[in-house]
Design a protein around this ligand. Sequence first.
Ligand SMILES: [Zn+2]
Length: 66
Amino acid sequence: MAVRDKAPQGLSKAVPALEPVPVPGCSVCESAHADRDPARAEGRILTALSCNGVIAGHPHQMEGAK
Ligand SMILES: [Zn+2]
């Protein structure tokens, strides 16, 4: 158990496991998620990261907050 809170090296083709999860029913999330998977599969990591930023970076209205 010598794992540190740092991504292991050698995963240059993989997006880190910190990916934001798209919110079901959110068109912005779904659009970014639809772009992210093929981008990652094709090695377009910057595009995949950009999609992560989109998913993580826009607000969601909390259902059930009323
Ligand atoms: Zn969303």
